[in-house]
Design a protein around this ligand. Structure first.
Ligand code: ADP
Ligand code: ZN
Length: 437
């Protein structure tokens, strides 16, 4: 195990009670700033909150109504802007997985803070100024590219801002500049491995040690697969554009859950149906408050992401609590003939089967009054050259394994390696055609 290196040791190991006190102080300033925006002035006043000093205790904090993506759209374009427009130096927008994009505004101080948190996140995985960092995330409106870019520079790594796509060039850059750390979506790294083989690159062409993987849900088996294929360590990174993207929660060298940087964010877990807070260790929807963001404060934001706090302390010594890998979003659940199915359950089953390759797709259609679920998987090339009876057997095994977990028996299609579409950004894993019909 590598030596634990802290970038902000005092803050990263601050005992939890002191961390909470720090949050309380910063929250007052945050509420004060929020009250200056038309959106929060109304929202907070309606809830009986007229002054930041009204928020003293945890119970006071819970009186603050939740903010949703819908609210962000309603407040478009400037309803939540807290700074003078002249002091805003950047805007970002979400990738719009679930609808119209939402916008955030940042001042120079906000960007500096975000860069520090991203530098801390990189340092937390053991990266140093000696590393070469190739950033394969999309640059632009999406926070994934630029935010980690500035953090990696702040740490002193040499950054290759390759952006997403153009896989052959990515591989050539990795080879020529001896890249040691990459940042990409897990689905893209799986795809890149196939291209690496096709193009005849060999493992010794590269000096890769680590991958930061995030921006989309993925199972532990996907992480292991990436680690095994490339012979590296893969670290989970969680972020969303409303909360500045990456640098929010990141895994340390122990790779056992993502430290939420609690000096800058307040995290809560709630029951997504009753909206009541859950206790430590229970699984539910993550709600986040960003502290000290001058451009655009957001209070108690419902992320829709399902996770829990891991109650046990992390062996690295950081006191900031860890979030467990996201198991999906409260809004990505599919209801198929009345049965609740999460895409993550399907992924877990198929990624455990060695015959299945690196890409899959879930399709839901209407078939008369019923719903039809089809799981399309790419198989490994060795399987595809074999006997058709073996393929039929494999198909049946996949069906049974899926049925044991999701309680319905889906249709299963086997495809050749590389046959299913690959996205350059976040992977599109579910096509639900019922809404259109
Ligand atoms: P959106 O996709 O909602 O338009 P973003 O581009 O900001 O907005 O994406 C943020 C979302 O991506 C998160 O809310 C979460 O659902 C997903 N996500 C990001 N990182 C991870 C991760 N490491 N694991 C699982 N899901 C993630
Ligand atoms: Zn740790």
């Amino acid at each position: 195990m590598e030596k634990i290196v802290f970038r902000h040791q005092e803050i990263e190991t601050l005992p939890l009670p002191q961390l909470k006190e720090l949050q309380r102080q910063k929250l007052q300033k945050t509420v004060e700033a929020a009250l200056k925006t038309p959106f929060y002035k109304k929202r907070l006043n309606d809830a009986g909150i007229r002054d930041a000093r009204d928020i003293q205790t945890e119970a006071d904090f819970r009186k603050i109504p939740y903010t949703t993506k819908h609210d962000l759209r309603e407040a478009f374009p400037y309803g939540m802007l807290a700074a003078d427009k002249a002091d805003v130096v950047r805007m970002h927008a979400s990738s719009g997985t679930t609808g119209v994009p939402t916008v955030v505004y940042l001042t120079q101080a906000d960007l500096d803070k975000a860069a520090e948190l991203n530098a801390r996140s990189c340092a937390c995985t053991g990266s140093t100024k000696n590393d070469v960092f190739q950033n394969m995330m999309t640059y632009g409106l999406f926070t994934g590219g630029l935010m980690l870019h500035y953090g990696a520079e702040r740490l002193g790594m040499m950054v290759i801002p390759s952006g997403s796509g153009n896989t052959k060039r990515q591989l050539q850059l990795m080879k020529d500049f001896r890249t040691t750390v990459v940042h990409a979506t897990p689905s893209y790294l799986l795809h890149m491995y196939d291209v690496m083989k096709e193009e005849g690159f060999r493992p010794e062409d590269f000096a890769l040690k680590k991958a930061y993987i995030g921006a989309e849900p993925h199972s532990e088996d996907i992480r292991k697969k990436i680690e095994m294929l490339y012979g590296i360590d893969a670290y989970n990174s969680y972020g969303l554009s409303e909360m500045n993207g990456p640098g929010l929660a990141f895994e340390c060298v122990y790779k056992n859950g993502m430290h939420l940087w609690e000096d800058y964010y307040i995290g809560e877990i709630i029951n997504p149906e009753t909206l009541q807070p859950l206790s430590d260790g229970e699984r539910g929807e993550l709600v986040l408050t960003i502290l000290e963001r001058n451009g655009m404060p957001i209070l108690r934001y419902r992320t829709r992401d399902l996770t829990r706090f891991i109650p046990e302390p992390c062996p690295c010594g950081r006191t900031h609590r860890r979030l467990e890998r996201m198991t999906g979003r409260s809004d990505d659940m599919l209801i198929i003939n009345g049965v609740n199915v999460f895409p993550s359950q399907i992924e877990e089953v198929i990624m455990k089967m060695p015959e299945i390759g690196n890409n899959y797709l879930i399709r839901v259609q209407k078939q008369g009054p019923l719903d039809k679920l089809t799981v399309k998987v790419e198989v490994t090339s060795s399987v595809f050259t074999d006997d058709t009876r073996d393929l039929e057997n494999l198909q049946k095994r996949i069906q049974s394994n899926l049925q044991a977990v999701v309680f319905i028996r889906p249709a299963v299609e086997l495809h050749e390696p590389g046959a299913l579409p690959v996205s350059q950004g976040k992977a599109v894993r579910v096509i639900d055609e019922r809404k259109e019909s």
